[in-house]
Design a protein around this ligand. Structure first.
Ligand code: LLP
Length: 428
């Protein structure tokens, strides 16, 4: 836990200078709560590490796309890594310079490519040969140009959850090494395409430096090989994936990756880019929730929260665990064993199995830590629950940066079938 961001004061958990109980007094639970200071702290340490090696930082918007978060990234001078026209709209609204935007993704539609071309997006990371053909065609038809990096699948195994590993053979991401030369040739031969370089992203929540070392070595090899064959490779995009500490005591320091990149790629005279998402915002966010019931059960009681898997999907989807803290400071070290669950009608709506937590009673507020990344953005309205609100704390004040979207608001977009002429089946 980041001690500056969260601390107990007068028996109450505070984020920066604000008691969480006072926010919960004004807002329905559950809600996400972000610390401006903690985001800026992460951004600063990222800039320090990668600035040293002259690398550019492109925030992976998918981790947390709230405009208040993007605004902080824009003010810090970061670029962005986007994967949809929706994310493009958001980064433009936040005032991020489109030339500092990288467009990633395996399935970009024509409208999305066109919107990005028209906005002047600085780099298209192309992930397949058909996408290259399509992008070239759109450029030709519309008299536009695109700077292209080819995303390669480096076939590097990153020890992370199988759903978030992306750089191994057989994954849908990137172009296989055997197709790389063809792809580079296609870029060179296409009227509207300018070759920028190579890109990769080996997975997410990686806490070990070794896969990055392997990936950099492969990059080095490709740069040397393809430059020798006449391809002007000037940019290398190393993706994101830098792991954070979810409680197991391990994360990956920006410095470690920056040092590796400098050591293994520094002499090539290429511009390096990184696309961190989780590490910039994950540690800066919590999910605040209220316990509804304590249900005694044999052998393990359940603590039933008002937050569910629709609000924070990571535990159900990846068996991820987010540490839990009570908002009222525990008076002693007593702990109880329980399963921490949500109210959704699914067995996988389980946040912590066999957790040891301080005694928590019905009505008590709790927080789940490290929830700033892939939390609110993955929330849904399953079970006809409202879409969870988001709050940002800044020193002594807080602001709701996304209102709750209510079931009433959702229903306003729905309609029942209009009554047509009755068809008499007997007459057919
Ligand atoms: N660049 C590309 C091309 C990516 O696909 C991703 C994440 C990133 C950058 C940022 O990676 P990060 O620094 O955030 O690890 N929902 C999952 C994570 C999915 C990550 C997808 N790609 C989770 O909650 O763990």
């Amino acid at each position: 836990m980041n001690r500056n961001m969260l601390h107990y004061e007068n028996g109450q958990l505070h984020m920066e200078g604000v008691a969480l109980e006072s926010i919960a007094g004004q807002l329905d639970t559950p809600f996400y709560c972000y610390s401006r200071g903690a985001i800026e702290h992460q951004v600063d340490s990222c800039k320090l590490a990668f600035g040293r090696i002259g690398a550019s930082i492109h925030y992976a918007v998918k981790a947390n796309a709230n405009l208040a978060v993007l605004d902080l990234m824009a003010r810090s001078g970061l670029g962005a890594d986007i994967v949809s026209a929706g994310e493009l709209q958001r980064v433009l609204a936040a005032g991020i310079d489109p030339r500092r935007v990288i467009f990633s993704g395996v399935g970009k539609r024509d409208e999305e490519l066109l919107a990005a071309l028209r906005a002047g997006v600085g780099q298209f990371n192309v992930e397949s040969l058909p996408e290259l053909v399509q992008l070239a065609e759109l450029c030709r038809e519309n008299g536009l140009r695109a700077s292209v990096s080819v995303r390669v699948n480096p076939d590097v195994r990153a020890a992370t959850h199988r759903h978030i590993t992306t750089g191994t053979r057989g994954s849908k991401f990137g172009i296989d090494e055997e197709q790389l030369e063809t792809a580079l040739r296609m870029v060179m031969d296409s009227e509207g395409l300018d070759l920028r370089g190579l890109a990769l992203h080996i997975g997410s929540q990686i806490v070990d430096a070794e896969p990055y070392r392997q990936a950099c070595l492969k990059m080095r090899d490709w740069v040397q090989r393809y430059r020798a064959r006449g391809f002007p490779v000037t940019h290398l995009d190393l993706g994101g994936g830098f792991g954070i500490d979810y409680g197991a005591g391990r994360g990956l320091d920006y410095e470690v990756v920056a040092d590796l990149a400098q050591q293994l790629l520094g002499d090539l005279g290429v511009e390096i880019a990184v696309e961190p998402g989780r590490s910039l915002v994950g540690p800066a966010g919590i999910l605040v929730s209220r316990a509804i019931y304590r249900k005694e059960a044999d052998p393990t009681p359940f603590l039933i929260l008002d937050a569910g898997m629709n609000d924070l999907l990571r535990p159900a989807l990846y068996q991820a665990s987010h540490e839990l803290l009570p908002v009222r400071q525990p008076v002693d070290d007593r702990q109880e064993q329980c399963h921490v669950v949500g109210p959704i009608c699914e067995s996988s709506d389980l946040f912590l199995r066999d957790a040891r937590v301080p005694p928590i009673a019905a009505g008590d507020l709790v927080v789940m830590l490290q929830a700033g990344a892939y939390g609110a953005v993955m929330a849904s309205v399953y079970n006809s629950r409202p879409l969870v609100a988001e709050v940002m704390v800044d020193g002594q004040r807080f602001q709701t940066v996304r209102e709750t979207i209510s079931t009433e608001q959702m229903m306003a977009w729905e309609s029942v079938l209009e009554q047509g002429e009755e068809t008499d089946l007997d007459q057919l």
